[in-house]
Design a protein around this ligand. Structure first.
Ligand code: ZN
Length: 667
């Protein structure tokens, strides 16, 4: 999920929030940059050994095994032969923010406090992103239309517990942690860090693209999930436009910052000259630009730095230009994305600017139809190649201690392209899908070459570990959990005749509701004293949860004649709750392989039917029964401690450096 799943689900909400929060993000950055820089003063000592851990998000055990058998992954095959290869159990639930937090801390969600990609405030029932909180606040002084911030707010990582690199650093082992998910802002505890999944764009969202078009009826004037459509009017071959940034924090009256640009269309209508500030690019139809640095001017002679990639989709019959989300500029980041703060700049200077936002693959562009499948794949390839190029630089300089490096490409592309390898998928179309059946295999093969690169640097006492947070499978059927709760009398609606459900629990009668669902796997009892309009006495909570659990396990999908839900976990059975009782779902739903909670239900929607075909471009997933989607674990030699699952893996890694007790507060 990867918060992978989260970006699109919260996009609409975020684009609104972004307008409110974006300015704060810029402001809070400066204070944090200083704090992070101060925290990075440890003096590592040589340990005489290297441990390299490669994190391949979404690498599936069965697919990896099959591709090894086919000879497609020679480097992983060698690791399996000389070392070990086994399935790696995921977290409950197997969503990326939960899974990576479990790996990082060696604890379950009850302890690290990340239960789903979204949580809810039980007092307002408003959802919020589970891993990071951005708080504004701080005092300001107003002079005329200007407002000068006197003290910033803060960006806070909500994950609790010690990260596995902390005891290593305490022992003097240098750690380099690149793009670790659920680690934004960077912990500041490693020798070097670059944040990954969870890092926002300049708007404070997980990626909001802009699509400039002269087609007057493009997308019916709709607001797109994860992007904005900007109408333009080419006059005499010239298009003038702007990408909007966050509100200017220096102005009392909200006003957007923006990066202006001009496109000059050539007479033969084959390319444009794009001019943004002092930057100029020639862009052919069907071509992606490199990173274009942009400056968004603010009042009081301030400016904020960003970067964007452009893609010229067509010039006839309509002008169509895609602009990527405004990424934090690694040459001059407005928010902390690395430890030390200049490390991001060092990386960009060495191997080029890069996507600083987490999950850069433009899944939303494909979902909304702004990009075709080929265009999405071209963009995903650019993001993947940036990552691999940067890895080469980091690997070349890695001499001692621990290196963790994350690759998210396989997960994101698997979400969008899984259908192409599943003729049983309800939306499978042989003519359209069969030509793409090899795409995911090719990405695995590309990452196998990365394994070869890393293996070539190992000395006799060194160790290479390749791991994933969960596996993957087809997402064929969608389960509307809130609709099921409604149909079974646990969730009451205010107006049963409402034609179109507004989502976000907009039609829910809380005073008569006993249970509700939020996020991709969470189910909550509406408890008196915990929820604002709780109806169930705390003493009755567990019994009601058991009753619902038993009923859910009996649901048979009429399309498959199989159980739709494989497991339902009571939180007390699987988590060590540590002051997280108000946050944790009461039940965690493990959908049967092939079935996933719907996007609508995840955000409090109530579609008419409970089980429907998934016809979305997003056709692969993993937010199901954890046993249905095991990840992988390779090691170049036997680990000194067994690691059958994600939760035990960090302890096995730190044991290689003599750290025997991790996590320290283990039960
Ligand atoms: Zn994912």
């Amino acid at each position: 999920m990867t918060v992978c799943c989260s970006a699109r689900l919260l996009a609409a909400r975020q684009s609104h929030d972004a307008r409110l929060k974006g300015s704060r993000c810029v402001r809070v950055g400066l204070a944090l940059v200083v704090a992070v820089a101060l925290a990075s003063c440890s003096r590592p000592q040589a340990t005489g050994r290297k441990v390299i851990v490669l994190g391949f998000d979404g690498f599936d055990y069965a697919l990896t095994r099959d591709l090894i058998a086919q000879g497609r992954l020679p480097n992983l095959a060698r690791l399996a032969q000389t070392g070990s290869f086994a399935p790696l159990g995921s977290s409950i639930p197997p969503q990326s923010p939960v899974a990576w937090s479990t790996f990082i801390t060696g604890t379950d969600a009850g302890q690290h406090a990340i239960f789903d990609f979204i949580h809810r405030d039980a007092k307002t029932m408003e959802p919020f992103l589970s891993t990071t909180k951005t708080e504004g606040g701080g005092r300001s002084i107003s002079i005329g239309k200007y407002q000068f911030p006197l003290s910033g707010g803060k960006v806070e990582l909500l994950r609790r517990g010690e990260a596995f690199w902390e005891p290593l650093e305490a022992r003097g082992v240098a750690t380099t942690i690149i793009r670790m998910p659920a680690n934004f802002p960077p912990s500041g505890k490693a020798t070097r860090e670059l944040s990954g999944m969870g890092t926002p764009d300049l708007l404070g969202t997980y990626g909001t693209f802009a699509f400039f078009t002269s087609e007057p009826f493009a997308f019916g004037g709709r607001t797109l999930s994860g992007g904005v459509v900007v109408p333009v009017d080419p006059q005499s071959g010239v298009v003038r436009a702007a990408i909007e940034g966050p509100d200017d924090p220096f102005l009392v009256e909200p006003q957007k910052t923006h990066a202006d640009f001009v496109c000059y269309i050539d007479a033969a209508r084959r390319y444009v000259k794009l001019v943004a500030g002092s930057e100029e690019r020639l862009l052919k139809i069907g071509e992606w630009s490199d990173w274009v640095p942009l400056e968004l001017k603010m009042a009081a002679l301030q400016k904020v730095h960003a970067e964007a990639r452009f893609y010229l989709k067509q010039l006839d019959p309509y002008f169509e230009l895609y602009a990527s989300p405004l990424n934090l500029d690694p040459m001059n980041p407005a928010l902390p994305i690395s430890t030390p703060s200049k490390y991001a700049t060092e990386l960009a200077a060495a191997t080029g600017r890069f996507y600083s936002q987490g999950m850069p693959e433009e899944t939303k562009g494909l979902k909304t139809g702004v990009l075709t499948r080929d265009e999405f794949l071209a963009q995903a390839r650019i993001a993947g190649e940036e990552n691999i190029r940067q890895f080469g630089y980091v690997l070349d300089r890695f001499r001692d201690g621990l290196l963790f490096y994350y690759f998210g490409n396989a997960d994101q592309v698997s979400h969008m392209l899984w259908r192409a390898r599943d003729p049983q998928h309800p939306a499978y179309d042989a003519a359209k899908d069969a030509p793409y059946a090899h795409v995911i295999d090719d990405i695995y093969a590309g990452l196998d070459r990365v394994v070869g690169q890393a293996a070539a640097t190992l000395g006799p006492s060194d160790l290479l570990v390749v791991m994933s947070d969960h596996g993957f499978t087809s997402w064929r059927r969608s389960f509307n959990l809130n609709s099921w709760l409604r149909d079974n009398g646990y969730l009451a609606v205010r107006n049963p005749y409402l034609r179109e459900d507004p989502g976000n629990f907009g039609n829910v009668d809380w005073t008569k509701t006993r249970a509700y669902a939020l996020g991709l796997n969470g189910l909550y009892i509406n408890v008196k004293g915990r929820e604002e309009s709780g109806t169930v006495a705390p003493a009755d909570r567990a019994a009601l949860a058991r009753e619902i659990s038993a009923k859910l396990l009996g649901v048979v999908d009429p399309a498959t004649h199989q159980a739709a839900i494989a497991k339902v976990f009571a939180r007390e059975e699987v988590y060590h709750l540590r002051a997280t009782e108000d946050l944790a779902p009461d039940l965690i739903v493990g959908y049967a392989k092939g079935t996933r909670g719907s996007d609508e239900s995840a955000l409090g929607g109530l579609p008419p039917e409970v089980l429907v075909n998934n016809t979305d471009q997003w056709s692969g997933d993993h937010c199901m029964d954890p046993e249905a989607v095991p990840g992988v674990l390779f090691a170049s030699r036997a680990l000194s401690k067994p690691a059958p699952n994600l939760q035990s893996l960090a302890a096995a890694i730190v044991a290689e450096f003599g750290v025997e007790r991790f996590p320290r507060a283990v039960q």
